[in-house]
Structures are given as C-alpha cells and as structure tokens.
Design a protein around this ligand. Structure first.
Ligand code: GDP
Ligand code: MG
Length: 162
C-alpha cells in the first residue's frame, strides 16, 4: 500500500497548485475562484524518495456551502484516509481566524501533520513562518508551490514522519 498524504487548508491557499507540482500533472483545477474543485482529487506523487498517493481536498461542495461545512468534511475525510496531513496556509494572508479554527480541529486528529506555509515567494519567509507558530502545530515549513521552492525538502520531511 502506498502512503496517503492529504492536503488540507482553507480555499485559495494553493492546495491544487502543490498537488499539480507533486504529481506533475495539470489535473487538479487551479483557479483564483476558491472552491472550484468539486471533489477530492487523487494523484501519484512523483517528487520524493518513493511513490505515494497525494489527495487534494480542495473545494468540496459549492462555494455557497460555506467554509464551516467545507472544513468539517475535509477534516473528516482526512481522519479516514490520511497517513500524513499537509496543512497549508498562505504566507501572504498571514494567520487567519479560519486557520486557527482548522488548526484546533486538526490537533485533535492525532495523525502526523506538517504545517506548510505556501506562497513564501510573496513575502519574507522568516516573518511569514514566525506568524504561524501560534497555530501550535510545530515548526512551519515555508514553500512556494508555484516556484517549487522547498517542495523536495518538505516531502523528504514527510517520509521521515509516516
Ligand atoms: P486551492 O484553493 O487551495 O486549491 O488553491 P489554488 O491551488 O487553486 O491556488 C489559488 C491561487 O493561489 C492561484 O491563483 C495560484 O496560482 C496561487 N498560488 C498557489 N501557490 C502559490 C505560490 O506558491 N505562490 C504564489 N505567489 N501564488 C500561489
Ligand atoms: Mg483547489
């Protein structure tokens, strides 16, 4: 069985962009419209020491469904399937109330989790990472999904915590 690595995070943080980079496909829908992807997307991860299943949980249901229900279902599905959770946040936005809410839920899941500060190309990565320590989910990893910065190191780290 391949390990299952699941991308979690509020809409527009870059889950589908990271999914595409890890699978080297354009299958996931990347858009400025949050919540466009209708369901979970599965791919085979190709960046890293060995293959894995990568799951994009972005945009479950419609935009109108609301962020609460979206997060609820993301967390539920993550509990069921994942061997390791990648919790994505946005360096440009900084730590939002939605991030704090989701972090609280994810802490209760009790599965290996890495906090990933995406879009680190948009700001000073050191400052961006510092802001997210308050989520209480360990040392945040700075990456840029669009530029590929920090992505190999992130996956190596995940394989050390499966
Ligand atoms: P999702 O809703 O979490 O799946 O987010 P998407 O992958 O659809 O990305 C939302 C927007 O953020 C798109 O316009 C992406 O091009 C942009 N984006 C994603 N990753 C990065 C990144 O590392 N840096 C920058 N500057 N923009 C990014
Ligand atoms: Mg998406």
């Amino acid at each position: 069985m391949l390990p299952v690595i699941t991308l979690i995070g509020r809409p527009n943080v870059g889950k589908s962009t990271l999914f595409n980079r890890l699978t080297r496909t354009r299958d996931a829908l990347v858009a400025d419209l949050p919540g466009l992807t209708r369901d979970r997307q599965y791919g085979i991860g190709r960046i890293g020491p060995r293959p894995y299943v990568i799951v994009d949980t972005g945009g479950l249901g419609s935009v109108a469904e609301g962020i609460e229900a979206l997060m609820e279902r993301q967390v539920q599905r993550a509990i069921e399937e994942a061997d390791h959770l990648l919790f994505l946040v946005d360096a440009r936005d900084g730590c939002t109330p939605e991030d704090l809410d989701l972090a609280q839920r994810l802490r209760r899941v009790g599965k290996p989790l890495t906090l990933v500060v995406n879009k680190s190309d948009t700001t000073d990565p050191t400052l961006a990472v510092a802001d997210f320590h308050r989520l209480g989910l360990g040392v945040p990893w700075a990456v840029s999904a669009t530029q590929g910065l920090g992505v190999h190191a992130l996956i190596d780290h995940v394989f050390e915590h499966l």
